[in-house]
Design a binder for this molecule. Sequence first.
Ligand code: SF4
Length: 418
Amino acid sequence: MGLLARRTSLPVKVGDVIVGGTAPIVVQSMTNTDTADVARTADQVEALAAAGSELVRITVDREDAARAVPFIRERLDARGVNVPLVGDFHYIGHKLLSQHPACAEALAKYRINPGNVGFREKRDRQFSTMIEVALKHQRPVRIGVNWGSLDQDLAVRLMDENRLQATPKSAQEVTQEALVVSALQSAARAEELGMAADQIILSCKVSDVQSLIAVYANLASRCSYALHLGLTEAGMGSKGIVASTAAMAILLQQGIGDTIRVSLTPAPDGDRTEEVIVAQQILQTMGLRSFVPLVTACPGCGRTTSTVFQRLAEEIQVHIRRQMPVWSRQYEGVEAMTVAVMGCIVNGPGESKHANIGISLPGTGEEPAAPVFIDGEKTITLRGTGLAEEFKRLVEDYVRTHYPPRPAAEPSRDTAAA
Ligand code: SF4
């Protein structure tokens, strides 16, 4: 079964980025710095944006953090980093947003978790305050439900109602339904308070793959709000990447999802931008968007005992990533280029022919020569120690000669008027 048509959703404007409608699926990420630390947070936002994050969420958990937000925005603007900032609010978002208008103004979107916006009689008042601030500053919101902080009153009520049914559902099914109902009811309340449906994005995050698929399939069938996809608390390293990819790929294949975040736990001192790269790779390997040319490399086996091809594959991927900010400004369509680095004659020439440019390195016992294929044709054979540098130069030449110059960006209205 191929990709199903994208679900029809309402487009939401977040700063200059459109989420939903016919817009490309947006990659987003979240900082893990203390937001009150303006310098470190601005640096991390800049790094995430440079890696390709099109929206960046920051925690706004206390007064110091709320006070810092406009200064973070100012620093980013001064550096020419215009990525929209999303504020993540829990428990006291109503106070922080209403008492810090500069924070409310600096943020492009507010994330509200209906499960911890306040309890019982305070819930509606505090939720309403946040929506009123959003309306005043003309900002969209994400109503982000999470099963770790699900509205307990709602969950208990649905469990009670379920018990009275002739064929009660399982507790897991009722919890999944409660997540969806919490998101939909909160969105309906936001609309009652004056928000337009195209100012609302919904998410219902869980940490279990099958539950995430079931919850989003249900949510998608019951509304036309734009949807933010993500497996919450996905975990570390390959476990987090595999779980996020498994869950999101199935939903994206069904046309569900307008923006994605991969919630990876970084290793201590690890690179936060990994979550952006994984999100991009999910979308690119599924053929939904292109960001950076991908390197196809064989896994290696007993036919190639040297590590030359492993090193070359890594070197080429790193080189391409480093060059992309320049290439993507200069050349149209370069992000879709494919490069192959293969270990021996068995699949090397064949795979290299499928790529725009590919190299087939010699396996054990083969002649020490590496044929290069360009658009399916063998064009040159590389030998010797300078092979990596020569292949990089060929990739550069390919980019220069195969992708048309990108037209200069139109000056913005502000620049034009200046
Ligand atoms: S291309 Fe050659 S080296 Fe690479 S996995 Fe296949 S047989 Fe092994």
